[in-house]
Design a protein around this ligand. Sequence first.
Ligand code: NDP
Length: 321
Amino acid sequence: EMVAPEILMPAPMLPSVITALQDRFFLHCLWEQADPDAVLKLVGTRVRGLAVSTLAGRIDSDWLERLPALEIIANFGVGYDNVDAETAASRGIVVTNTPGVLDEEVADLTMGLLLATLRRIPQADRFVREGGWLSGKFPLSPTLRGRRIGILGLGAIGKAIARRLEAFGVPIAYHGRSRQRDVSYEYHATPTALAAVSDVLIAIVPGGPATKHLVDAEVLAALGPDGVLINVSRGSVVDEAALIQALQAGTILSAGIDVFEDEPRVPPALLQMPNVVLLPHIGSASHRTRAAMGQMVVDNLISWFDNGRAISPVAETAARS
Ligand code: NDP
């Protein structure tokens, strides 16, 4: 190309992403501007690519109207509920995400969160630090032994979690909108039916309106008083108020939670509870995996402007690429 395409980055991303994009494109770092609105008015009509993470807020029709020449939105993350992909598709804009490179990392973290929640590892660490061990023994904990695991959303990450659970020697069942022919795990047609046969329910579906409050009071009641909820999907997937009530009432035993409805705000009721483990949305958050995700953002933009093909377009916009 004669002139480098103009790319807009509304909020900061990894330094490696910024450097790589500056090498190839004319990059506008909007958050560095004293008057972002004025800059957007000035360059908005020329911007052909958008590089975003959840830090940029929701990319909706308001954004798209200000960027009439936009061709591609490259999202940092496999989940893209922060982008209105339907509207982008209707305007002929491709949306890309970062599938695959984070599956094993998120599955590892999920196993850590599961064991931490069951064996109360963070609570035990606090016990040692606070000197509790000097005057007594840490209380016996619940266990993974003998538990049946329900995976809500047996996709790429759900399967990586299932592979690990096989090695742990616990039975696995799953729910998705449809049964998978090439999968031998027991299928259940509803989240409630899955919860009813599970002692641990692991949520790893995408976010967005279709899965909003998929885990509600009814599902939690079906999980039962010895049940444990692990949420590594999106905060919107779990009815947080219903979860708090279920934990307070003993409807379920405990929960391990990486994602919340109003991040980074965690409900004070959860902060008070001794039987929950709370993480700050760190599923993919290692140096190595975040670098791989960043490279995929860069590669999608380069491939698009080199040869008109995105590497990992999301389902809604796959036909466009
Ligand atoms: P995939 O698309 O590979 O898998 C998603 C699975 O969810 C599919 O098996 C699908 O099955 C199922 N599913 C989709 N919609 C529904 C629905 N409405 N009801 C029931 N099941 C549904 O995605 P990934 O495994 O790569 O990622 C899953 C999600 O994990 C991401 O979208 C993201 O939100 C979250 N995530 C969280 C991270 C964290 O830091 N905590 C890190 C990375 C991802 P079917 O089509 O049969 O319904």
